[in-house]
Design a protein around this ligand. Structure first.
Ligand code: FAD
Length: 310
């Protein structure tokens, strides 16, 4: 690393600068290192934060196949659980869907994202991969030119410039990479032909042994707490309450968050949603008498705030 001409920013370089040490950035880092390509991962959070940050729990079969193909799936095969059923509840009753027996007969693997990230990180570092924690990318420059580079902030706050042949933006949809894309950049989209099913859970008596979603930081509430259970059933009234303090974040119209706040009067919540949904959420949370303990933040549910749970 050398001093910039203006004496302000240090300079460093790698053939590929990867922004973000989430699953995408770390899988890419592993592939690059395995191929002998010089790369560095810049990650805004600390090492301990990314190893503990709870997000996903269910890995789709295709994801597992990709990880398998590249030898990155040892941990999930060792400690993950196969999952092929879920239960839907409606005011008219519930039904259990054995989705693992349908279609191509594929099942999900339940493996907390933070465990997968830890596996990928250890594998990357063991293979000699470079990573800079607590280093925030601020912008990507010359993104569509021949000399792309990244301006970033080092852990002590000093500016650093990373020159690269390629910059890979794996820093999430609110990251610096997406912000830096010129409006006229060529964009390629691939539609995988799947969409997200969102359920607004209502407490109904479980017809099968219930696996209760947890809202602790160690598990984001989407996989069975009971290792013997094959199904995920939602029973929001029965959420085990965390100790007072942590913030909860949730999308939907606020009903899920409202149920958590009602059950736990000492908690405050943050509703992360698109702004057009705030009015309905305010009404919903107000009618549940917990509107005063809720903050509103524009964003999407994949953007859990620091310290958030769900
Ligand atoms: C509550 C919840 C439950 C979910 N459940 C599932 C599920 O069951 N199954 C599933 O498949 N998916 C699930 N998802 C989605 C899944 O978590 C995401 O698809 C996945 O995290 C995306 O990985 P990524 O590497 O692209 O981005 P991220 O995981 O968002 O990683 C981005 C990384 O970039 C870093 N970063 C951000 N900005 C900067 C910057 N400026 N400079 C440097 N670093 C930066 C971040 O700190 C982070 O480490 C869930 C998400 C949430 C929030």
């Amino acid at each position: 690393m050398a001093e910039d001409q203006n004496g302000l920013a240090s300079r460093a370089s790698a053939d590929v600068v990867v922004l973000g040490a989430g699953p995408a950035g770390l899988v890419l880092g592993n592939l690059l290192v395995a191929a002998g390509i010089d790369c560095v991962v810049l990650e805004r959070a600390t090492r301990s934060r990314i190893r503990a940050r709870a997000k996903a729990g269910f890995l789709a079969p295709n994801t597992v196949r990709i990880l398998d193909r590249h030898g990155l799936a040892d941990g999930l095969h060792r400690d993950g659980r196969s999952h092929g059923a879920c239960e839907f509840r409606t005011p008219d009753g519930g039904f259990r869907l054995e989705y693992g027996d349908l279609g191509r007969g594929e099942r999900h693997t339940v493996y907390p994202q933070q465990n997968l990230v830890t596996d990928l990180l250890e594998r990357y570092v063991d293979a000699g991969g470079q990573i800079r924690f607590s280093t925030e990318a601020l912008a990507v420059h010359d993104a569509d030119g021949t000399h792309p580079h990244v301006s970033a902030r080092e852990p002590d706050g000093r500016p650093v410039r990373w020159d690269a042949r390629y910059v890979a933006g794996c820093d999430g949809r609110h990251g610096a990479a997406r912000r830096s894309l010129p409006p006229d950049a060529v964009r390629h989209h691939h539609d995988h032909g799947v969409s997200r099913l969102a359920c607004s859970p209502r407490p109904r008596p479980a017809s099968t042994p219930s696996a209760t979603p947890s809202t602790t930081a160690a598990s984001p509430g989407t996989w069975p707490a009971d290792p013997r259970s094959r199904a995920t059933t939602w029973s929001v009234d029965a959420v085990p309450l965390p100790t007072p303090g942590p913030r909860s974040a949730s999308g939907t119209n606020g009903e899920l968050l409202g149920r958590i706040l009602t059950a736990c009067p000492s908690l405050r919540g943050t509703l992360i949603e698109r702004p057009h949904a705030f009015e309905a959420a305010r009404r919903s949370l107000g009618s549940m008498e917990c509107g005063a303990r809720c903050d509103y933040r524009s964003g999407d549910f994949a953007d859990v705030p620091h310290g958030g749970d769900v």
